[in-house]
Design a protein around this ligand. Structure first.
Ligand code: BG6
Length: 495
């Protein structure tokens, strides 16, 4: 049974784009698990909106098919009462029908005028849907009720288009009503960054430039772009991963302690950190601190992987980046002079997301002759995925007569908890229903993140020479290694 305070209030959950891939793969299975956990009382109703013609009954069958297994009685009752509205997203008649259905479910199920609109559509439809909801009078809450809109990245394509999107959303919704998802924030291990830093007293004193030598963030994927080539051609790794997931994880990891766990207190600190990241403005600075790459055919004879330009939907001469490495600096009191190296890519050798803090070397390593200088620095490693947990790496004496020091590790794994981690979408859907914006991104964070990546994207779009290539299943182009070895450091091999 869900905790009482982690239970949705009465509400109509309206999913736009309900016949699409995101709904079938992520949202419906998450709703089924939330229902099974008792987090969705009978006063929560599901309303689907899409262009595909379907009756309520056909919609119910579609929902039932999207989940593995039978789903249980609570899920069954959510599906049995589900309603469907068919229509174009900019057609006023669609919204008239939606208004009628919502009035119906308020009467029949006691949803109390509360609505959460989940826009699971392609991003180009966010503006027309928001504007239409506003025009139809469906975006403002009546007294005592709530109306929210949930959208998922990309939030624009650059700073200017993000501002345009914000202006369109604002014709209908106040900022407090807009819930922008970054599914990385909903990962258990990312939330654990807050516990790690602020529920313990041992880490905070060393969380600064006095002790930390450098920080590394790796978001590596083994998959290529698969069937998403068309989408990826207009996106690239910088927009797909760095602008959002990487900068969000980075800001939580490095922000100042918030004055409380109030959502705004946390988001205020995140945006302050984002503001402190020194944007790479000058061409010279960008060329020295930002590396892009694109995968070519690679792998093994048994498992030969196509190159990016051979993927369906991709221009054979494409210069879209499937890999990014950056060296960032944070101009604030705590982190000044501590470089932050980030890298992300498709078709890398492992699927792994890790945040590593490498500590300064002790002052007198030569005390241990023969071992010390090539010893890896001490490090705290947060394994966001897979094998979720933490490691603390340090030097220890190897047993024997000689005084040799070797790396040892203390390890914490999430498997030591009995409780299972909820899926990221369960978390975000329930938070949106409850109205907890902590794990959602505020408008100023979006703008600031674009401010960091925009100059680099503009520089790359000017075509500063051919894009560096890397073979599938390798750690990116040689320029990425050079970016860090130049500073006398190296990328930490993911655990
Ligand atoms: C998405 C990106 O936001 O995150 C995808 O659009 C990427 O390209 C995915 O594959 C990675 O998410 P996860 O949770 O599998 O690490």
């Amino acid at each position: 049974m869900a905790d009482q305070d982690r239970r949705s209030p009465p509400c109509a959950l309206v999913i736009f784009g309900v016949s699409g891939d995101l709904t079938a793969r992520k949202l419906l299975p998450a709703l089924e698990r939330l229902a099974a956990d008792g987090a969705l009382p009978p006063e929560v109703s599901l309303v689907g909106v899409a262009r595909t013609p379907m009756t309520d009954q056909e919609f119910a069958t579609y929902c039932a098919r999207a989940v593995a297994g039978s789903g249980g009685a609570r899920w069954q009752s959510l599906v049995d009462t589900a309603r469907y509205v068919q229509g174009g997203y900019d057609d006023p008649a669609t919204y008239q029908r939606l208004a009628d259905v919502l009035a119906d479910v308020d009467r029949a199920q006691g949803t109390g005028g509360n609505r959460v609109y989940y826009l699971a559509t392609p991003p180009r439809l966010f503006s027309p849907i928001a504007i239409s909801l506003g025009k139809a009078g469906l975006s403002r809450p009546d007294d005592g009720s709530f109306v929210r809109a949930v959208i998922e990245k990309p939030f624009g394509w650059d700073e200017a288009s993000a501002r345009d999107l914000y202006a369109d959303l604002s014709t209908a919704f106040e900022e407090e009503q807009i819930f922008r998802i970054d599914h990385y924030l909903a990962k258990e291990t990312v939330q654990n960054l807050l516990a790690l830093r602020f529920a313990n007293s041992i880490f905070e004193p060393i969380w600064n430039r006095t002790w930390v030598d450098n920080i590394q963030i790796t978001v590596a994927e083994t998959l290529g772009v698969g069937q998403r080539g068309g989408f990826y051609e207009t996106t690239g790794a910088m927009r797909d991963i760095v602008q959002n997931h990487v900068l969000q994880v980075l800001s939580l990891f490095l922000m100042e302690p918030p004055t409380s766990f109030h959502p705004e207190a946390i988001r205020d600190e995140k945006v302050k950190l984002l503001r402190a990241i020194r944007p790479l403005d000058e061409e010279r600075e960008i060329a020295a601190n930002a590396v892009r790459g694109q995968y070519t055919r690679g792998g093994t004879r048994e498992d030969l992987m196509a190159g990016y330009r051979e993927e369906p939907g991709v221009d054979p001469l494409s210069s879209t980046e499937t890999f990014v490495a950056l060296r960032l600096e944070i101009a604030n009191w705590r982190w000044n002079g501590v470089p932050v190296y980030v890298r992300t890519g498709k078709r890398l050798p492992a699927r792994v997301t890790e945040v590593t803090m490498e500590f300064r070397r002790p002052p007198q390593l030569p005390l241990f002759p023969g071992t010390a200088t090539d010893l890896e620095p001490d490090a705290l490693i947060v394994r966001v995925q897979p094998n979720e947990g933490l490691s603390l790496n340090f030097g220890a004496k190897v047993p024997g007569h000689a005084f040799r020091v070797q790396k040892a590790s203390m390890d914490f794994s999430y498997t030591s908890f009995r409780e299972a981690s909820p899926d990221a979408y369960e978390r975000v859907i329930l938070d949106a229903l409850i109205g907890d914006p902590t794990l959602f991104i505020r408008a100023d964070e979006v703008g600031r993140s674009w401010r960091i990546v925009d100059p680099v994207l503009q520089y790359w779009s000017g075509d500063p020479g051919p894009i560096p290539l890397y073979q599938a299943a390798t750690w990116g182009p040689s320029e990425a290694a050079a970016l860090i070895t130049r500073d006398g450091r190296s990328w930490r091999h993911p655990s």
